[in-house]
Design a protein around this ligand. Structure first.
Ligand code: PLP
Length: 378
């Protein structure tokens, strides 16, 4: 099927803005874009608009992820990919996205911003928040029998903050079920940390699959804001219609190319090995703590822990606890001593849970010392 049939008709009808840099190559005497004739920072060449999708970077990312260059859209982080997909496929007040909370918070924000409804297939704490594949397929089937509102299915593998990955067999079932009615977005922000094969290999077969990758996590470059949408060219072309004319600043393009040079691959592998070893260290530091009732290791560079409500002291007014979340006193105790963990005060499913990123050995040791002190206070 043609993916345009799923997109908002007004996006399909839109005649996209044609920037000066798109209309003419950056060669010759350039008097077409109202740029300054020279840069004030001589070394940076900032006077010229950047290439909207620089070919060298597109080709490097295609090689890295194993796709063709025409299946790549470079974005300002995966966050922008999520936003573009939601804006292209969801009609305000009519369409919906399917989410499996607890999950990454930006899907909900993008849907709300676009006026799209949310169909929730929640994960249960009873099985460590693993995705309920059958419930998801049932929700899709019910939507197809009903008014067919679901236009995007957000999947995350590994998921944040629960760390679980998705089996390829389940993904295939979801793709088949969604075919002709919804785009399946596979967010693989943490793929490099886990042993599972990427779903990028399915892009050629499924016109309704969009895979999100990013340099923010395993490439240690969150500051770059560089993400990639991988999908068939027709879907990429739809996203091109709404992306900002010059999404990638020139210094970012240069640094992204530098980050992905061949000599960096080895450094990245060492970083991944270090994170993996430090994660074992973190898990050891968390084991046997009576005030933690559950540790969910997951497949990524973080773990999710549950603070035992019975051992947690009640909210201490002097400590300024802001909520009745049983995780809040420990979160505050650590924060006041300089170790920042992630709580989830606005996610009811994660009451009592904290997410801890795998840091350096020294950072884990500092956390471990604080957990010792916390244990002694109870
Ligand atoms: C961190 C994260 C992202 C955001 O990535 P950026 O490329 O930095 O925008 C996307 N999805 C998930 C699940 C994440 O955890």
């Amino acid at each position: 099927m043609n993916i345009e049939a799923l997109a908002r008709p007004e996006i399909v009808a839109l005649r996209p803005y044609s920037s000066a840099r798109k209309e003419a190559p950056a060669r010759g005497i350039m008097l077409n874009a109202n740029e300054a004739p020279r840069s004030l920072l001589a070394e940076a060449g900032l006077n010229r608009y950047p290439d909207p999708q620089p070919q060298a970077l597109v080709e490097r990312l295609a090689a890295l992820y194993g796709t063709r260059a025409d299946q790549v859209l470079v974005t300002r982080g995966s966050d922008e990919g999520i936003d573009l997909l939601t804006r292209v496929f969801c009609r305000a007040g009519r369409d919906a996205v399917l989410l499996c909370p607890p999950t990454f918070g930006m899907y909900r924000i993008a849907a709300a911003t676009q006026g799209a409804a949310i169909v929730s297939v929640p994960r249960s704490p009873a099985n460590a928040f693993r995705l309920d594949g059958q419930a998801l397929l049932d929700a899709l089937a019910a939507d197809r029998r009903g008014d067919g509102r679901i236009k995007l299915v957000f999947l995350t593998s590994p998921n944040s903050p629960t760390g679980d990955g998705i089996e390829q067999a389940l993904l295939l079932e979801i793709l088949e079920q969604a075919r002709g009615c919804a785009v399946v977005v596979m967010d693989e922000a943490y793929a490099e940390f886990c042993g599972r094969p990427s779903s990028v290999g399915l892009v050629g077969e499924y016109e309704n699959l969009a895979v999100l990758r990013t340099l923010s996590k395993a490439w240690a470059a969150a500051g770059l804001r560089c993400g990639t949408v991988l999908a068939q060219p027709d879907l990429i072309a739809l996203l091109q219609r709404v992306i900002a004319p010059y999404p990638l600043p020139s210094p970012v393009i240069a640094l992204a190319l530098r980050t992905l040079q061949d000599d960096m691959l080895d450094r990245q592998r060492r970083l991944l090995a270090e994170v993996s070893s430090n994660k074992q260290n973190l898990l050891a530091a968390l084991a046997g703590r009576p005030f933690l009732s559950e540790v969910i290791p997951g497949e990524a560079n973080f773990v999710l822990v549950r603070v035992n409500a019975e051992t947690a002291p009640g909210p201490d007014p002097a400590a300024g606890a802001r909520t009745d979340d049983p995780a809040e006193p420990l979160l505050t105790f650590c924060a006041e001593r300089g170790v920042i963990l992630r709580g989830f005060p606005t996610e009811p499913l994660l009451r009592g849970y904290l997410r801890i990123t795998v840091g350096t050995r020294e950072e884990i040791a500092a956390l471990s010392t604080l957990l010792d002190q916390w244990g002694q206070r109870l």
